[in-house]
Design a protein around this ligand. Structure first.
Ligand code: ARG
Length: 287
């Protein structure tokens, strides 16, 4: 059985933040509590909504060579300890969500790379030497500027993904991670799904007063739901086609009301808005 982990409750961002903090800060009893609350919620008010990465498929080895899991160091398999995702943007740097690590110290974190299967013997575990949480996190609204950088203790064998420089109108987007599936399970093999881009006005309409058009972008099936990122995917990538036929990092899994509900798309930190701030941190770290 999977150990209880923090999950995002369906419509209270407060819990999401609390959960992430607890996951990073540890505390088994607290983790049980958040896990239970989230499960109750998933089975609760929305009843029959199709919760998965919702609506997606398994990631193949090598499909997203920058995709890493973020978890706690210690006992148990990487899958048992993973609580967020991340993207390798330089051999020693991972970009993730601020809400995944805001209450953590570097020593509370471990990065899992090397396989899409977190139960595989091929997974490498790397310690975190330093972390930088976006100074603008939660400003001007909750979850604004939801990004953070991890400096790794040693380089990982992963292919970094380039950052999108255009705040944007995207077309096809795809997101991936080890978050909850439609079966309300944490998969051991990462999953991915293609999600349509939703423009700022439509997203603001879905979440009145809660979005920041500057630092957030939205994606999902607004009319029908059924496809989305979900709890445990936070910090991981949402990707757009790049100029050379590859993918660029358009955003970071951040928040949403529930998962895959019609009318409530996924919200992602918009990377192009802080690509320069990221470059400055890398320069400070001498990367
Ligand atoms: N905050 C979540 C996490 O910590 C991710 C939520 C994404 N939700 C969504 N409906 N797309 O894992």
């Amino acid at each position: 059985m999977h150990p209880e982990r923090f999950t995002v409750d369906s419509n209270r961002k407060y819990l999401a933040r609390l959960g992430a903090g607890l996951a990073a800060g540890l505390g088994a009893a607290a983790l049980v509590w958040t896990g239970t609350a989230a499960n109750a919620e998933i089975a609760g008010p929305q009843g029959d909504f199709e919760a998965q990465i919702i609506g997606g498929d398994e990631v193949a080895e090598g499909q997203y060579p920058w995709l890493v899991g973020l978890g706690s160091p210690g006992e148990g398999t990487p899958w048992e300890r993973q609580f967020c995702g991340g993207s390798v943007i330089a051999p020693t740097v991972v970009l993730t969500a601020a809400h995944c690590v805001e209450d953590a110290a570097a020593g509370d974190l471990a990065v899992f790379s090397g396989s899409v299967d977190l139960e595989s013997a091929d997974v490498a575990e790397t310690a975190v030497a330093d972390l930088h949480v976006a100074p603008g996190y939660n400003d001007p609204v909750a979850f604004a500027n939801d990004w953070a950088l991890l400096l790794l203790a040693e380089p990982v064998d992963a292919e970094p993904i380039g950052l999108s420089a255009d705040p944007a109108v995207f077309d096809a987007l795809e997101t991936a991670g080890w978050g909850l599936t439609e079966d309300n399970e944490y998969p051991t093999v990462a999953r991915w799904v293609e999600v349509p881009f939703i423009d700022d006005d439509a997203c603001a309409g879905a979440y009145p007063g809660e979005t920041d058009a500057v630092s957030m972008l939205c994606a999902g099936d607004l009319a029908d739901g059924g496809i989305d990122s979900c709890s445990g995917d936070s910090g991981g990538p949402i990707m757009a086609p790049g100029e050379d036929g590859g993918l660029v990092l358009a955003g970071i899994v951040s928040w949403g009301y529930g998962s895959a509900e019609a009318g409530h798309p996924g919200v992602y930190a918009e990377v192009a808005e802080f690509d320069e701030a990221i470059a400055e941190v890398l320069a400070d770290w001498g990367v």
